[in-house]
Design a binder for this molecule. Structure first.
Ligand code: ADP
Ligand code: MG
Length: 358
């Protein structure tokens, strides 16, 4: 572990040796455009996109979303390899596009780099960025590069398309709609706990990390995936969610966003929460309540959505989807139903607050 890779002067090329334009040229050399809608990519004052080009839906709308990752706030290079960071930076943005039930098409990448980072570090970061672009079939069409006095900042904008009637907002849920989540919850948070523990051990003893038996949750933290497959699955099953959001801050907080936007309350059933056995076991080892981790852990990048009761038969039994509760009237509030049927107020701690609490 070390918080900046490539410190050895013999394998390090200073950014100043290339300059901003040299660096952009070097990055651009690896970029290929896939979509007919990407009319002009890197190399002019702006990218040019024709949303209706190719086989896009008639009268498409575009969706646009931006997310920023700041060193020391959102990631720690002591345990986050730069290639994974690049991959994750794309994933967290695409996750927002999929949460609109849209198809991701283009991204732009803005970087602020301190001189702590050599050219080789930027190459690693871009290897991850381009791998994610390839995996999700999106074009890198531009960005910005500047210097920073403190660490690394990555700001990504993602652009997607959808037929207007396919777009799903947070505000469309109705009373009694079922609340559904993809995948499982709490894993990314428990992965972070393992990584932070091993970082402390390394700082105190110099011992290399022992990550044995925690592969799944570490991968959830370091190499999350955005659920494009769920958007496709829903389409295939002819289920259009009434509302949808992606889980970046934690289930409780995201469920409450759906409630507020839709003017409703919610009931979530503790015994329905999908928690992977590795997450469960690790939470227990850390003396944490697995339910709390699933509710407030964050960074799972799963999709949380509501469907009408009449669609229940279509999602029932699908291993990727779990019905975890239902919407209620606003006066009923935001509730967690425990295994005995007792009601508890849901709290949106978000993962940062949760983290501070330890
Ligand atoms: P301008 O000064 O007009 O903004 P720049 O020199 O910043 O132009 O950028 C030149 C081209 O390189 C533009 O197409 C821009 O989108 C692209 N670009 C700049 N930085 C990056 C980056 N980090 N990743 C991808 N493309 C970039
Ligand atoms: Mg610029």
């Amino acid at each position: 572990m070390s918080d900046t890779p490539f410190q050895d002067p013999s394998t390090r090329t200073e950014l100043s040796a290339l300059g901003e334009f040299g660096l952009i040229e070097r990055l651009a050399a690896h970029v290929q455009l896939l979509h007919p809608s990407s009319i002009k990519g890197i190399g002019d004052d702006a990218a040019v996109i024709d949303p209706s080009a190719g086989s896009e839906p008639q009268g498409v709308h575009q969706v646009v979303t931006t997310d920023m990752l700041v060193e020391g706030v959102h990631f720690d290079l002591a345990y986050m390899p730069l290639k994974h960071l690049g991959y994750k930076a794309i994933v967290v943005n695409l996750s927002d596009v999929y949460a609109m039930n849209a198809h991701a098409r283009q991204v732009t990448v803005a970087l602020a780099l301190s001189n702590r980072f050599p050219v080789e570090a930027v190459d690693e970061l871009y290897a991850g960025i381009l791998l994610a672009c390839e995996h999700y079939g999106v074009d890198l069409v531009g960005g910005d590069t500047c210097s920073s006095t403190s660490g690394l900042i990555i700001s990504i904008t993602a652009i997607g398309v959808a037929a207007p009637e396919d777009i799903v907002y947070r505000s469309g849920a109705m009373d009694n709609d079922l609340l559904v989540v993809s995948g499982d919850l709490g894993g990314a948070y428990m992965g972070l706990q393992i990584l932070e523990r091993e970082k402390l051990v390394f700082q105190e003893t110099g011992a290399q990390p022992d990550l044995e038996g925690h592969d799944y949750i570490i991968e959830r933290q370091l190499k999350p995936e955005a659920r494009r497959d769920i958007v496709e699955l829903l389409k295939k099953m002819a289920v259009k969610p009434t509302s949808m959001i992606d889980i970046s801050d934690g289930l409780a907080s995201e469920a409450m966003h759906l409630c507020r936007a839709s003017g409703l309350g919610v009931r979530i059933y503790d015994d329905k929460l999908p928690i992977d056995p590795t997450t469960y076991r690790t939470a227990r080892d850390f003396n944490l309540d697995p339910t709390t981790c699933a509710l407030n852990g964050g960074e799972d990048y799963e999709l949380l959505f509501t469907i009408t009761q009449s669609d229940y038969d279509k999602v029932k039994g699908n291993p990727n989807l779990t019905v975890i509760g239902h919407m209620s009237d606003a006066a009923s509030g935001y509730k967690l139903v425990d295994r005995q049927g007792g009601l508890h107020d849901l709290k949106a701690q978000g993962w940062d607050a949760f983290r501070a609490k330890g």
